[in-house]
Design a protein around this ligand. Structure first.
Ligand code: GDP
Length: 196
């Protein structure tokens, strides 16, 4: 159970992140996928992660301390429609450095909008994770937005696409920040990851 969650620090430079002296789990996804809402649901704190960051705002790696034991990291979203090339490259540099160099990173949760057919940008990012050996799991968000059968259909299609990327099917979770769906399962999994 997540009992306490406190903001620690934001960084633009991965080498300034806190000392890697405890387990760390990161969340990433397309902008507007519901990442802030999910983090707020998991931690039970409505305002912890800022919802809907706008393009142009500084993109930062945000560390939160959970239960005085492990770090939860909120990474900036990808796929803003209108960012310029410089911002895009800055993001890529920051994220690739963080994800490949962060030694205490136990897992990266890539959020996928369960309403949508498989999106190229998500599959490209996952392909990169797979190639780099980043330990990846999936979270399908906004499951309250459509029928369960539609959600299942989209997830099935998505997982089918990832078969070409991962040798072993990634762990995945279905969530709704609105309805609280998936909170227990995901929390349990996070706790197992950080105590391994
Ligand atoms: P972020 O940009 O990935 O951090 O996404 P946000 O958490 O800011 O969410 C983007 C929008 O989707 C907001 O309007 C949220 O209220 C909405 N949203 C996020 N999660 C859910 C969910 O589980 N269900 C529904 N219905 N809306 C959601």
């Amino acid at each position: 159970m997540i009992k306490t969650a406190n903001f620690v620090v934001s960084n633009a430079d991965p080498s300034n992140c806190p000392k890697p002296d405890r387990a760390e789990i990161a969340f990433i996804g397309r902008s507007n996928v519901g990442k802030s809402s999910l983090i707020n649901m998991l931690t039970g704190q409505k305002g912890l992660a800022k919802t809907s960051q706008k393009p142009g705002k500084t993109q930062l790696i945000n560390h939160f301390m959970i239960n005085d034991k492990w770090y939860l990291v909120d990474l900036p979203g990808y796929g803003f429609a209108k960012v310029n090339v410089k911002v895009k490259h800055g993001w890529e540099n920051m994220i690739s450095t963080y994800l490949t160099k962060r030694e205490n990173l136990c897992g990266v949760f890539v959020l996928i909008d369960s309403r949508l057919e498989p999106q190229k940008i998500d599959l490209e990012f996952l392909l990169w994770c797979g190639t780099e050996g980043v330990p990846t799991a999936l979270v399908f968000t906004k499951a309250d937005k459509q029928s369960k059968s539609k959600t299942d259909q989209n997830i099935h299609k998505f997982l089918k696409k990832t078969e070409q990327i991962f040798e072993e099917a990634p762990d995945y979770f279905v969530t709704s920040a609105e309805a609280g769906t998936g909170k227990e399962d995901l929390t349990k999994f996070l706790e197992e990851l950080v105590t391994e």
